[in-house]
Design a protein around this ligand. Structure first.
Ligand code: UDP
Length: 331
């Protein structure tokens, strides 16, 4: 079956580059659009790469004319909550306005299937746990609001233009490909697991724990870490879902388990064999105590079952990728 080309926007970034690898291993033809603002050219070596911005109409028109794009996966969002509070315009411009250019180009070129990277941040402060898709959506920062706006726009585009989409609301994406060819690389890095592993590699003196006075078993925040490979599988299933004619939908992606910051540190100590110094700091603003997904809908509707529901493989793969790609200077 000729399924056409999948356009991966933001394909040189962390999750996007894993998706590109995953799609190619599944025998899909891929083209990447990335402005390399936070992506890495080497993450898409050997893959057709259009270097440009999804907000650039001319770039989009040339791309859609040149490639027989059947579906789009959109990973090209800014993701820093703190930065979004300080500089909301950056988030609304890229995550909303530039996404509109992408959607309009899809409509112009008759491409009617989109998988959109959304986030648990669309829910805001949890009213109940675990969070399912019908939980109120009241984001508490511009990042979450920018994703919520796009979800609303997508509903309108389906009604007006027949553009169908699946929005996947990630909880805490983590890990790396088991071969260690790709890695989570953010600059600056703010995410827990890469920071802990940088401390293990001697790249940082310690890991700061933001708060030990939360109402959780050990006092540290609980998050739902989901392996990037499991996220990729969900995207492919979502694409098949749309190919079979399904209407637009949104799904949570998480394990539904949840691990505390302290548990992550403990497992990282085991996996790396390093002591990993810890410094206790004050709570980080805007951090809820517990963020855990109810991903029943993704299981039931998409048939998605996360393979990695433990922390060990997530941290092992992130550690391996870090050693291959990130920590060489420190060995
Ligand atoms: N965290 C921490 N120290 C760090 C970075 C993160 O204690 O240096 C905590 C943070 O407060 C949160 C959890 O680790 O409870 C996960 O944070 P991350 O930024 O990785 O993801 P988020 O949950 O904010 O999407």
């Amino acid at each position: 079956m000729n399924t056409g080309v999948v356009l991966v926007v933001g394909g040189a970034g962390y999750i996007g580059s894993h998706m590109v690898k995953y799609l190619r291993e599944a025998g899909r033809e891929v083209v990447v659009l990335d402005n390399l603002s936070s992506g890495y050219r080497d993450a898409v070596a050997g893959v057709p790469l259009v270097e440009g911005d999804m907000g650039d109409r001319a770039v989009l028109d040339v791309l859609f004319q040149r490639y027989a794009v059947d579906a789009v996966m959109h990973f090209a969002g800014y993701i820093e909550v703190g930065e979004s509070v300080r500089d909301p315009g950056k988030y609304y411009r890229n995550n909303v306005s530039h996404t509109l250019e992408l959607l309009d180009a899809m409509v112009r070129h008759g491409v009617d299937k989109l998988i959109f990277s959304s986030t648990a941040a669309v829910y805001g402060e949890p009213c109940y746990k675990p969070i399912d898709e019908s939980h109120p959506r009241e984001p508490i920062n511009p990042y979450g609001r920018s994703k919520q706006m796009v979800e609303a726009i997508l509903a309108d585009y389906e009604r007006a233009h027949g553009l169908r989409s699946v929005s996947l609301r990630y909880f805490n994406a983590a890990g790396a490909d088991p071969e260690g060819e790709l890695a989570e690389r953010h600059d600056p890095e703010t995410h827990l697991i890469p920071i802990i592993l940088e401390a293990a590699a001697g790249k940082r003196p310690h890991i700061a724990v933001y708060g030990r006075d939360y109402p959780t078993a050990d006092g540290t925040c609980v998050r739902d870490y989901v392996h990037v490979q499991d996220l990729c599988r969900a995207h492919l299933l979502a694409l098949e879902h749309l190919r079979q004619g399904a209407a637009s939908a949104a799904f949570n992606l998480g394990n539904g388990g949840g691990f505390s910051v302290q548990q992550v540190i403990d497992v990282a100590r085991e996996v790396t064999g390093q002591p990993i110094a810890v410094v206790d700091e004050a709570r980080r603003e805007g951090d809820p105590a517990v963020l855990v997904a109810d991903a029943t809908a993704a299981r039931e509707v998409l048939g998605w079952q996360p393979v990695h529901d433990r922390l060990e493989p997530i941290i092992e793969h992130a550690w391996k990728a870090g050693q291959e790609i990130l920590y060489q200077d420190f060995e």
